[in-house]
Design a binder for this molecule. Structure first.
Ligand SMILES: O=C(O)CCC(=O)C(=O)O
Ligand SMILES: [Fe+2]
Length: 316
């Protein structure tokens, strides 16, 4: 066992866990150098010098994770550089995943997630905006009231120290168990857009957010139902480089990991199709069959909001 029972209980309670020293300093330095090469074509400090000298012609993607190809390389796994791709082989890391999932793991997606302070725009305008769940990245079935069965686990390896001024993720402890309720209420109050809450102030049941700071070599793990947000850099001379991996339980990977390695480009076609097709065909794509315990009055209601016009009669 890699995690103690106390650590597991903390994950179940808070919906996230940051474990230091999962990766060595040497591994992280090599991974960070490789990642900088992909995003900047050179070390970050050199790119920043150019940028500060007014040479802004070379734009850096501000962590836009759905983009496969950047100017110098590719951000989706595998990127073709061992220092990054072989992080997935770390035994401790895989063991932790399987402990948190409670089953063998199945790969959902992995990518490089770079936020570059000087050009970063990957945060909402106001501090009450931008809170969301990542669940829909891999699974188009809305949150269930209970966790550990239909949610999956996202993680990020910290390639360098992430301090308070370096735009650590803002995570709401315990929100993974509240997500189904909070989003159900949010739909009624017109406070939901996609997987996001429009205004966190209208969800007073949620705890105040915490900053997911961590040291180089840490790995953060969080439930796909955890409500969280990006914040601006306090220090815009910093970057934030994560290697991220999402995995689900192998016993439910048919409905957690749909047929696409990364589904955004397909979504505009798949969702209207799922809305209109039959339960039998939906199950070909991994939807649980009618009568499955996933379908509760709450999830049926959330599906009706997520797929406007769907006939949920067979699932009631
Ligand atoms: O960059 C962050 O701190 C969070 C970003 C995020 O939540 C996302 O891209 O889904
Ligand atoms: Fe997110």
């Amino acid at each position: 066992m890699t995690l103690t029972q106390t650590q597991l209980d903390t994950f179940y309670r808070d919906g996230y866990l940051i474990i230091p020293d999962v990766f060595s300093a040497e591994e992280m330095d090599a991974a960070c150098a490789a990642m900088e090469q992909i995003f900047y074509g050179k070390p970050f400090v050199e790119w920043r010098e150019d940028f500060e000298a007014g040479q802004t012609d070379k734009k850096v993607s501000d962590g836009f994770t759905t983009t496969h190809n950047h100017s110098e390389g590719r951000s989706q796994f595998p990127v073709g550089m061992d220092a990054l791709d072989r992080l997935i082989e770390n035994k401790t890391y895989l063991d932790i995943f399987e402990q948190l999932l409670g089953d063998k793991a199945t790969y959902c997606n992995a990518h490089l997630f770079m936020r570059s302070g000087p050009t970063d725009k990957r945060h909402a305008e106001h501090p009450w905006e931008g809170y969301h769940i990542d669940h829909y990245t891999n699974c188009l079935l809305p949150p269930f009231h209970d966790t550990g069965r239909f949610d999956y686990v996202n993680s990020g390896a910290y390639l360098h120290d992430v301090e308070e001024d370096g735009a650590p993720m803002l995570v709401i402890p315990g929100s993974h168990v509240q997500a189904a309720d909070t989003f159900s209420r949010g739909f009624s109050a017109d406070n939901v857009a996609g997987g996001s809450l429009k205004d966190i102030r209208k969800a007073p049941e949620l705890a105040p957010p915490k900053r997911a700071t961590g040291t180089r070599g840490s790995a953060a793990f969080y439930s796909s139902y955890l409500i969280h947000a990006a914040q601006p850099f306090q220090n815009k001379r910093k970057q934030r480089a994560f290697w991220t991996l999402s995995m689900c339980r192998r016993d439910n990977d048919r409905w957690t990991r749909f047929s696409n390695p990364f589904i955004y480009g397909e979504r505009n076609f798949m969702m209207p199709f799922f809305t209109k097709t039959t339960p039998r065909v939906r199950s070909l794509f991994g939807w649980p069959e009618p009568g499955h315990p996933y379908y509760t009055p709450q999830t049926v209601g959330l599906i009706e909001q997520t797929y406007p016009g769907i006939d949920m009669t067979p699932y009631r």
